[in-house]
Design a binder for this molecule. Structure first.
Ligand SMILES: [Zn+2]
Ligand SMILES: [Zn+2]
Length: 362
């Protein structure tokens, strides 16, 4: 099943019609586009692609050598195994404990995700467990990060920090591969946006021809980070990113997260936004649907102001999904995330993680 149960249609600015393909997208600034039933797109803020991508759309990719590993981030595994999911009852018990610090998601403002997508079904922890989700267990347990193209020094640092955060967040090793050069994406998969004059690369090309043929055998997910803007094909202005849950590949662009070189504050903002996208989208790749219950990083977001309002942390239901799927210990996880946020000046985020860890300890 698809990672998101998407809208069957959206407003006139953003037309997405789906039938068997579960498609949804965030980001309201695209021009009219129609994704038909054979579409396999999963765009995130963007579309997430679900189930039904037809094999006939996609040429069988030839295997290409995976780039060498530049850096490995290991995790303290302790006695826990990556071979199985966690104890569902134990994780379910954390939901009630954390509930007092959850903020219910109020009525959406005009133009917000739930205003535009009122049919989102939401997903409780129990529904998630019953849905037999994709989990980072068994043979595929490593998160691969693939830098693609050119980055400023600060952007490169944000990619490195995001890789570290993903490892703490999912309790999985992360391997950052050597950067693929800009020429990996040929001129035929590039354009300059006709009005904005912004250089863009075709996100579908990255998924199909850059990532899929290089997918490592032990990859839970294989994610490209790029500093170039993305567009997913004819009829679209841009996407923040795109991923295929089924193929375990995704690409996100940092270009709309602000220039981290401007100031310390702009660095933190770019870092916060990149962490939010990276964890939200990777959450989808592990079959987590949009949250409709609480203010949570798994809520859908239709525009940058809305995603800036949402927190980096998950609500108690979505938090239980991650801890169960990855078989990680919640208190230790919160403490590791708090320490990361302390080191990088994300004070609000640190305070939440500390409060959550303390509640679970009490
Ligand atoms: Zn989403
Ligand atoms: Zn949630």
């Amino acid at each position: 099943m698809g990672a998101e149960s998407g809208p069957r249609s959206t407003n006139s600015n953003n037309t997405v019609s789906t039938t068997d393909a579960e498609v949804s997208f965030h980001g309201g600034r695209m021009m009219a586009a129609t994704i038909n039933r054979s579409s396999w797109l999963m765009l995130i803020p963007l579309l997430i692609m679900g189930a039904a991508h037809s094999g006939s759309n996609v040429a069988a990719a030839e295997r290409i050598r995976t780039p060498p590993v530049a850096r490995t981030i290991r995790v303290a595994r302790g006695a826990r195994s990556f071979n199985r999911v966690g104890d569902a009852n134990k994780q379910a018990a954390t939901i009630a404990v954390l509930k007092p610090i959850q903020t219910p998601l109020g009525k959406p403002k005009p133009g917000d995700w739930l205003d535009q997508h009122p049919d989102e079904p939401g997903q409780t922890f129990q529904e998630y467990v019953r849905a037999r989700p994709a989990t980072p267990t068994g043979r595929r347990t490593v998160i691969y990060v693939q830098p693609l193209g050119e980055f400023s020094e600060e952007q490169r640092e944000i990619v490195a920090l995001s890789a570290e955060y993903l490892s703490l967040y999912f309790g999985r090793p992360v391997k950052v591969l050597e950067t693929l050069p800009p020429a990996t994406v040929p001129a035929s998969a590039r354009r300059t946006h006709p009005q904005w004059k912004v250089k863009q690369i075709l996100s579908t090309y990255v998924l199909e021809h850059v990532l899929k043929p290089r997918l490592p055998k032990d990859a839970a997910v294989y994610i490209a980070f790029t500093a170039t803007d993305l567009w997913p094909g004819q009829g679209w202005n841009f996407v923040f990113g795109q991923a295929s849950f089924r193929d375990r590949v995704g690409v996100w662009s940092m270009t709309r997260n602000g220039d981290p070189a401007e100031s310390k504050e702009s660095f933190r903002l770019c870092l916060r936004r990149t962490l939010k996208t990276a964890t939200h989208e990777t959450g989808h790749m592990f079959s987590i649907k949009h949250c409709t219950a609480y203010v949570c990083n798994m809520c859908g977001s239709n525009h940058l102001a809305e995603s800036d309002r949402l927190p980096l942390h998950l609500c108690s239901e979505c938090h239980a999904k991650i801890c169960w799927a990855a078989n990680v210990e919640p208190i230790a996880r919160f403490r590791r995330l708090a320490e990361f946020c302390r080191e990088h000046g994300l004070e609000r985020e640190r305070a939440y993680f500390v409060k959550a860890a303390n509640l679970l300890c009490a």
